[in-house]
Write a protein that binds this ligand. Structure first.
Ligand code: GTP
Ligand code: MG
Length: 174
């Protein structure tokens, strides 16, 4: 068949939000991991959407590694930002990290698409994607006005919501 166009995306968000689990669900069967552990530093993963061959930089969300994120901003054409919808206590920390990302000189002036996964929608205490979007103030942030963005509720354990998000960002990048 025709070769798909390549795109790089960076996958960020707090530790334990589900980034690696999301990517693992999207990867081809042969390359899936059976047990997922907290990411050390970052890993580079590959999966495809209907239109693209995607290289994903799966970054660690632990505080001590968050300074690595910015080193991959330049080479990425898209951002996936993952939020644990059941972690209300750390929603403000997620918001701080998002603000820092958006204010970064390598991001602030670019029309780079951002896909948000309001992940762990299956957890009983989880809040809706609309509520996540309002807590992160996505509609109000000045540096979001030049960026296409989309938010999907997801369950990385079953894969629910993941394809919708991936097809959205893939449409933005092709
Ligand atoms: P770091 O690599 O430390 O930044 O974390 P991460 O964002 O990659 O999180 P990871 O994928 O390692 O998942 C953390 C934990 O959350 C694991 O125990 C996952 O099984 C669990 N998890 C991930 N997604 C979901 C989800 O949608 N629902 C539920 N219930 N648990 C999830
Ligand atoms: Mg991880």
């Amino acid at each position: 068949g025709l070769k798909k166009k390549d795109a790089n995306v960076i996958v960020v968000g707090l530790d334990n939000s589900g980034k690696t689990t999301i990517i693992n669900h999207l990867k081809p069967k042969e390359t899936k991991s059976h047990d997922i552990v907290p990411t050390i530093g970052f890993t580079v993963e590959k999966f495809t959407s209907s239109a693209l061959s995607i290289t994903a930089f799966d970054m660690s969300g632990q505080g001590r590694y968050r300074n690595l994120w910015e080193h991959y901003y330049t080479e990425c054409q898209g951002i996936i930002f993952v939020i644990d919808s059941s972690d209300k206590l750390r929603m403000v920390v997620a918001k701080e990290e998002l603000d820092q990302l958006l204010n970064h000189p390598k991001i602030s002036n670019r029309r780079i698409p951002i896909l948000f996964f309001a992940n762990k929608m299956d957890v009983r205490e989880a809040i809706s994607s609309v509520k996540v979007s309002s807590l992160l103030q996505l509609e109000q942030i000045e540096n979001m006005k030049n960026k296409p963005w989309h938010i999907c509720a997801s369950n990385a354990l079953t894969g629910e919501g993941l394809m919708e998000g991936v097809e959205w960002i893939s449409d933005q990048l092709r």
